[in-house]
Design a protein. Sequence first.
Length: 380
Amino acid sequence: MHICFIANEFPLPGISFGGIGTFLYSYSKILIENGHQVSVVGVIDGTEVHKLNFEGVYLHYNPKSKVKGLSWYFNSKNITKAIKEIHKDSPIDIVEAQEAGFAFVEVPKHIPKVIRMHGGHSFFAEFENKKINKWKAFQEKLSFNKCDAVIATSEFVRIQTAKYIEFSNKSNITINNPILMDMFRPAMASKVIKGAAVFAGTICEKKGIRQLCLAIPDIVKQVPEFHLYAYGREWYFSDGVKYKDWLLDQLSDEIKSRITFREPVKYEDLPKVYEFSEICIFPSHMEVQGLVAPEAMSMKKPVIFTKYGPGPETIDDDINGWLCEPRSSKSISDTVIKVFKSRSRFVEIGENARKKVEMKFSPAIIYGKNINFYLQILKK
């Protein structure tokens, strides 16, 4: 099959990306390894059109429109044109997009359109306590009306999105994003630094980094060797102030001495980051699925994740990891202390964690679910 994705975040060298970019990289790799063709169309910053093959994926990126008030029109027009061009050269079987991706894009009628829910505007607005933007909500509803099928990346995002958008009349299924288990293989115990805790994610409020930092004084009373290594992209306030700088201004010298902030690493180098940790902590206030937790679990690492959203779908508390209340520094510190006092169980927890990933996120299982769903759609 030839699968085409409408997306702007494919992880090219030098382009910053997050969870969607990670999904595109991992899933494209799995599809190509199984003999399928993958194309990605989208818009990026710059002034040039990019057409290239990257690790087997054909990429067609147009520059983002800068026409105020009409950028949506010109961006959609260019994406439509790119899809038609690709389809003419190599017929496309399925086109995928995010929640609002099909709003103004025209796809040839006989090609099924699949929305893969990575978390749209309506979903995030609720959890960030923001007013829903009518224009963005309209785009999402229009996109869902035009699509043929829906894939949710977690039960959580499926249930929450259904509060705002009706899609029960569409073919729909929940399929998690895959974890490349051969890449995130069990870590070498000899490389672990005692007391090292790794956080990976954007340095911003919703990832729980502030509450994690504020938990440190209580943690070090019980675990004096504790040190936090935080890897992630920068996040900026609307006035240009960097969140990390704002955060550091609020922290005592004692706390700051226990934290090392580091630049985000290339995706292929992420296993090296998890490897030296004794535990991994991801106290996100909200996630659609969250990839860092199962990645670290795949390496048999003791992981602390959020008790909200997809947290309980990923971790069975005290069996293959731990869950915490991410908005409470007290809950975070209590959980971290509990985990370090359970060092005798780390091997058991790690074994259980990898088994959970194998059952729920392994490439073979995720590939099979997606292909079976595609075939069902194509039959219709």
